[in-house]
Design a protein around this ligand. Structure first.
Ligand SMILES: Nc1ncnc2c1ncn2[C@@H]1O[C@H](COP(=O)(O)OP(=O)(O)OP(=O)(O)O)[C@@H](O)[C@H]1O
Ligand SMILES: [Mg+2]
Length: 334
């Protein structure tokens, strides 16, 4: 209820045009109803709660957090594939609820984790990469072929592969196809959901470097979802740390990496300093596992794992505080 009020009040300031952020979330939440047992009943799962963030044109925002914290749910909402339960999302100042899904697709394109399952195994690279053009009625067959060849050159896929099928490619090549397919519509924003976590470390580095080069060449904005902080450190300008559906710290990458303020960010960053940074977030750094989202802890949802727990943490939910240059949702900063 409150989110709605805040969002309506603010809505006037979102003017289309160059001043508006490329992407903006205001009080965005998404709930799922789960369970259909006669005795267990239905439960409300709050996958994303009251997320506020904005991404400027050309910026790379990394969203980090453990499995199940709501990253993909947020991504799907940014793509217009899932409706927020409350709050609103804006693309260049325009609420996406007013924009049809095809128009969103021309501005925001996804690259998902598993390049194998996201590519149709029965289609050649040419038809996979030209499909978005066809759907949007862009160009003649020859023109589309040329655009596919151009984009293949940009992502460094050999031209000879144009008639190949996804299963004839390496993992890294498949992910290049996924990136090419996203780029062919010349979008403004690329939304990468764990784009390299299924790849070998050496291949990851190639893809990440390519994404960085493409950003400069095409003036792209990225939302980059990852649980791998080593990757984030390499790419991001801004970092949003999520815990159990909530944004708990949000600010410039350099500041968050050099001086994390939320105890959860501190634990996450400690995990980067372990000998195996690519193994994701080790349990040891955080003690017990991720809580059950259907039965979230009282007060601050991080309190059962927090090293700096105080009496009120299990009772009251903290607000988001401005701490210097960033935002932190923690009672320590009250
Ligand atoms: N369609 C759905 N129906 C019910 N619950 C869902 C649905 N989609 C996601 N969830 C739940 O919402 C929470 C957030 O899921 P989400 O996929 O966004 O997490 P994530 O951060 O992307 O995790 P991962 O790092 O494993 O990809 C989880 O508890 C998940 O079980
Ligand atoms: Mg996910």
């Amino acid at each position: 209820m409150m989110n709605d009020a805040v969002q309506t009040m603010d809505a006037g300031s979102a003017q289309p045009g160059s001043e508006a952020p490329m992407l903006e979330c205001r009080g965005v939440s998404r709930n799922f109803t789960v369970g259909k047992g006669v005795f267990s009943g239905k439960k409300n799962l709050r996958a994303v709660q009251d997320v506020n963030l904005s991404v400027k044109r050309g910026e790379v925002l990394a969203v980090v957090g453990e499995s199940g914290c709501g990253k993909t749910t947020l991504a799907k909402m940014l793509l217009g594939l899932l409706k927020p339960s409350s709050g609103e999302i804006f693309i260049e100042g325009e609420p996406i609820t007013d924009v049809d899904i095809r128009k969103i697709a021309r501005k925001v394109q996804p690259v998902f984790q598993d390049p194998y399952s996201s590519l149709n195994p029965r289609k050649t690279l040419e038809s996979i990469m030209s499909l978005p053009l066809k759907v949007h009625n862009i160009g003649t067959k020859e023109e589309r072929r040329q655009m596919v060849e151009d984009i293949m050159a940009m992502v460094e896929l050999p031209k000879r592969l144009i008639h190949s099928y996804p299963n004839q490619l390496s993992g890294g090549q498949r992910q290049r196809v996924a990136v090419a397919r996203a780029l062919i519509m010349k979008p403004e924003v690329i939304l990468c959901d764990e784009p390299t976590s299924a790849l070998d470390v050496s291949v990851q580095a190639h893809i990440l470097n390519m994404l960085q080069d493409l950003r400069d060449e095409m003036n792209l904005t990225y939302v980059f979802i990852s649980h791998d902080l080593a990757v984030v450190e390499h790419l991001a300008d801004k970092v949003a740390v999520m815990y159990l559906g909530r944004l708990v710290e949000y600010g410039d990458k350099a500041n968050i990496f050099s001086n994390p303020q939320h105890p959860y960010s501190q634990a996450l960053l400690d995990s980067v300093l372990t000998p195996e940074p690519n193994k994701g977030i080790p349990e040891i750094a955080l003690g017990r596992g991720f809580p059950n989202p259907l039965d979230p802890p009282s007060g601050c949802s991080f309190h059962p794992r927090c090293s700096k727990i105080m009496d009120k943490c299990s009772i009251d939910s903290p607000s988001m505080y401005d701490v210097g240059d960033r935002k932190v949702e923690c009672h320590l900063y009250n």
